[in-house]
Ligand binder design. Structure first.
Ligand code: G6Q
Length: 581
């Protein structure tokens, strides 16, 4: 969307009653929040206006020419910290662009907002909550206060309880109801209570206890539960029911199915205490479900779902990799928190990644970003980032309630390299819409098999080179390609990429990488003037689903009052299930 064009909010105008119910049901500020100092339209800043002008000139930028003009470009437009070397030189920008982007961050008060987050101020204004995932990895003994009360001591108290529990499982000392040691762990959760744990388990599999079977159930589609449990023995299986609210439809449905599945073998309701633990902020609902709060691991309303994988929501990760590796991962998060908090913006990795993203999104109008880890262990990383970025910044409303008049979060997608090369890279190289890419490589392999790592490395470097510089028609013709085929074999180049070379995959390196993206999202949200910490956009579908559930499941024909398409689909489904219409 060209900056300056306003849009109306269709939800606000057409769905008033559904929204009102939602406001009642979810955490929400009781009165209109005080507008903070950093509220403000980015497009009214001097830097944005200058960037707009600069972007016109930048339409002529060609990476071939930019690299030819400055032999040091490839090292100049690179930042390195904490074992991550971020090369952003292959984006279609120059030093003047970066200067203006840094000026934009200053004008948008990113630093003041960052300070407010680290201090525990309630920057999630709509829900009147602090945003303190940084406290989840603060070292023991440090102090971060919410409403005047230190939260770090509480964080470590929970980590200690998690550690003691994880150790028992890992030592096979946590026995199931029939006396057999637990060796299968099934995490039940969805969204923020699933994507982080799955991603981290997959990423750190090499550091995990391979004799434990780890499974993750999220979807309300019963096939998910069925496949996760069909080969497990209930006597040896523990369910970790992970839900901040303990009211989420999918999770509670799966948890009830798990209880039935478990009790079908174990028979006695007392067995629940040995086979179910809960991770939640809602002790009342946990008790109501039948899980003893002695088997509950808590966290707090200042932990957003998609920022919660290093809270008790990481219990399954801790069981898999052990408390020591989990602590190392937290230390990695904290390293990046400190880097983000203290490093001048010109050398600040999250800041640079965010600002280059703003350039690509708002001034070059690229609608998607592909995240392409050249590390198979990170095969769920892009899915994790989809939630982190899109649920945080996929917004159309400013902090003060006014509609945005600029584009916000691009669509995030991706698969691990080199698999993508044989699938969708065709479009990245020759499609009509350039796709900025983040390429991520760990230089030292965890398993050094023959020439694999060198091939992997060569491939990622080749991709960034090909995307940046392409292949001209004359180069193609010079290879003897007939002129009729030359257009098909020509590559436009000038396609933006970031290359992150990281030392080696470890729990600490993973923590650093995730926190890098968390803070990138923070900076972009600050610039776009949206609340990166709420997610009202997921509510309407939930409300409507709750209305449709009885309509599809009732025995008697329901009275339908939807649009003709939805009514017909309900009728079609009911017919296929042999229900009256
Ligand atoms: C994340 C969102 C959302 C949430 C899930 C699960 O930021 O809030 O993805 O994590 O809806 O919620 P519960 O943990 O409450 O079940």
């Amino acid at each position: 969307m060209p900056a300056g064009k306003t849009r109306t909010n269709p939800i606000a105008t057409t769905r008033k009653s559904a929204s009102a119910k939602v406001a009642k049901a979810s955490g929400v500020a009781s009165t209109a929040p005080k507008i903070p100092a950093w509220n403000g339209s980015p497009i009214k800043t001097k830097a944005w206006k200058a960037l707009d002008q600069h972007a016109k000139a930048a339409r002529k930028f060609e990476l071939r020419a930019l690299f030819a003009k400055d032999a040091r470009r490839g090292t100049k437009l690179t930042a390195e910290a904490l074992g991550i070397r971020l090369d952003y030189s292959k984006n279609v920008l120059d030093s003047a662009t970066m200067k203006l982007l840094f000026a934009l961050a200053k004008e948008r008060n990113v630093v003041a907002k960052r300070a407010a987050m680290f201090k525990g101020e309630k920057i999630n204004m709509m829900e009147e909550r602090a945003v303190l995932h940084v406290a989840l990895r603060a070292p023991r003994g440090s102090v971060i206060k919410v409403d005047g009360k230190d939260v770090v001591a509480d964080v470590h108290a929970v980590l200690d309880r998690m550690g003691a529990f994880a150790k028992q499982i890992r030592a096979r000392k946590w026995l199931g109801f029939t006396g057999k040691p637990i060796k299968n762990i099934v995490n039940i959760g969805i969204g923020g209570s699933d994507l982080g744990p799955v991603m981290a388990y997959e990423a750190l599999k090499s550091f995990s206890d391979r004799a434990l079977t780890m499974r993750f159930v999220s979807n309300v589609d019963g096939n998910d539960f069925y496949e996760a449990t069909q080969d497990l023995n209930p006597e040896e299986t523990l369910f970790v029911v992970s839900s901040k609210t303990f009211t989420t439809l999918e999770t509670m449905t799966n948890a009830k199915t798990a209880r039935d599945w478990s009790l079908a073998t174990l028979k006695d309701p007392k067995s629940v205490a040995r086979h179910f633990v809960a991770v939640s902020t809602n002790a009342e609902k946990v008790t109501e479900f039948g899980i003893d709060t002695a088997n509950m691991f808590g966290f707090w309303d200042w932990v957003g779902g998609r920022y919660s994988m290093d809270s008790a929501i990481g219990l399954s990760t801790m069981i898999a990799v052990g408390p020591q590796h989990f602590a190392e991962m937290l230390a990695g998060f904290h390293d990046m928190d400190e880097h983000f908090r203290t490093t001048p913006q010109e050398h600040n990795l999250p800041m640079i990644l965010a600002l280059v993203g703003i350039w690509n999104r708002n001034f070059r109008e690229h609608a998607t970003v592909a995240v392409l880890p050249y590390c198979h262990y990170l095969h769920r990383f892009s899915a994790y980032l989809q939630q982190l970025e899109m649920e945080s910044n996929g917004k159309q409303t400013q902090l003060d309630g006014n509609p945005v008049a600029w584009d916000t979060c691009p669509a995030i997608w991706g698969e691990p390299g080199t698999n993508g090369q044989h699938a969708f890279y065709q479009m990245i190289h020759q499609g009509t819409s350039p796709v900025p890419c983040d390429f991520i490589l760990f230089e030292k392999p965890l398993h050094d098999l023959g020439a694999h790592q060198d091939m992997l490395t060569a491939n990622v470097l080749a991709q960034t080179e090909a995307l940046a510089f392409g292949k001209t028609r004359s180069e193609v013709l010079a290879e003897g390609v007939p002129s009729w085929l030359a257009p098909h074999k020509t590559f436009p180049g000038n396609r933006p990429t970031n290359l992150m070379l990281c030392a080696a995959l470890s729990p600490r390196a993973l923590g650093r990488l995730i926190a890098l993206y968390e803070h990138k999202v923070f900076v972009q949200g600050a610039i776009w003037n949206v609340n990166s910490f709420d997610q009202w956009g997921v509510e309407l579908g939930k409300v409507l689903a709750n209305r449709i559930i009885p309509e599809v499941s009732a025995t008697a024909a329901p009275k339908l009052a939807h649009d003709s398409s939805t009514n017909a689909a309900i009728g079609h489904y009911r017919k296929s299930r042999g229900r009256a219409n």
